[in-house]
Design a protein around this ligand. Sequence first.
Ligand code: NAD
Ligand code: ZN
Length: 375
Amino acid sequence: MPDPEIVQKGDVIVKVALTCICGSDLHLYNGYVPTMKKGDILGHEFVGEIVAAGPAVTRFRVGDRVIVPFPISCGACWYCKHELWSLCDNSNPNSWMMEHIYGDTGGGIFGYSHLYGGYAGGQAEYVRVPFADVGLEKIPDGIPYEQVVLLTDIMPTGYQAAVYCNINPGDTVAVWGCGPVGLLAMKSAKLLGTERVIGIDRFPDRLQMAHNQCQAEVLNYEEVDVAEQLQNMTGGRGPDSCIDAVGLEARGTGIEDVYDLVKQTLRLETDRASALRQLVKACRKGGTLSITGVYSGFIDKFPMGAIFAKGLTVRGGQAHVHKYLPHLVQLVAEQQIDPSSIITHRMSLEDAPEGYRTFVKKQDSCIKIVLKPEH
Ligand code: NAD
Ligand code: ZN
């Protein structure tokens, strides 16, 4: 692909130092979000150095090392002014694609296909970053790229998931999915003062990391009835908040829905169909469901009756990264958090195809993969 150039006055060009593969990339990879075109560049988690800046950029200059939030936000619309950064009105010219179903959709995202604006992504040597003054955050001197690369997305995502739980001291938070997002959601819930976190997954090494790094009690959903077990662990009430850090891995579209229906009819309900319904079933009355896993299209058989009867609060959506970034950078600088502790694989950008294959199958005890472009 040709290197990007400045298009608008507020753009910068970032020379990518590190970029990651995210669980969200897998929804594109698996075909659940079928809006990719040939020549699209993936990747929305990247940090690097500014090598060119448009004439309207005032906060940054060439040579600055920066964190780039995955949502693209204009900073001037009603949503940006209300700190709803990932719902920007001006960064997704293609939002009409879903308007007939959703009414409106969120703002643009780097490297996330034509559903989210068709922007070229960060799994590349160079990226054009629009609205640079609005979104970017300077990396303090002395902090290596690896410690802040997860602040582009999954650290603020996990943090927002925990914030949405409105944690009180003594609370129990259960987290479905001990992938990168789930792990950082558990760390954030602890940081925000929850007493207990319970992590749910099927991969032993992910459960092990949840136990070791997040002091989580863990459940393997292939071995126990999760909702029943959670109730037993919480005096029969259920967790105060339940975080979904699974998303479309649990629910596909089309043929998988039919398959799910058959499995349910035959009472063979297993993993892939059940995360969202388990959240509803397990949560205590009056509790909160914080849905940070990405869903698209229709997710049927969502038990609306139970949500109403139990008086549950449901929150979710793309993370408003800009809102949390300054605080999280400070926590990294003060060594209160080190998100890089979940990185298990460091590969060259050239090896991205192998990285995707490893990550999609969770092989080789893989949790988070960072890719380094050769310049
Ligand atoms: P991942 O694929 O590495 O992790 C998902 C985990 O969920 C896996 O470990 C899997 O074994 C587990 N899982 C699958 N079915 C389950 C079930 N029924 N019960 C419990 N666990 C189950 O992905 P990730 O990078 O951690 O991302 C997780 C989700 O967060 C994805 O849907 C991703 O798109 C989403 N995400 C959202 C935002 C946001 O802004 N809201 C940002 C980044 C990622
Ligand atoms: Zn991501």
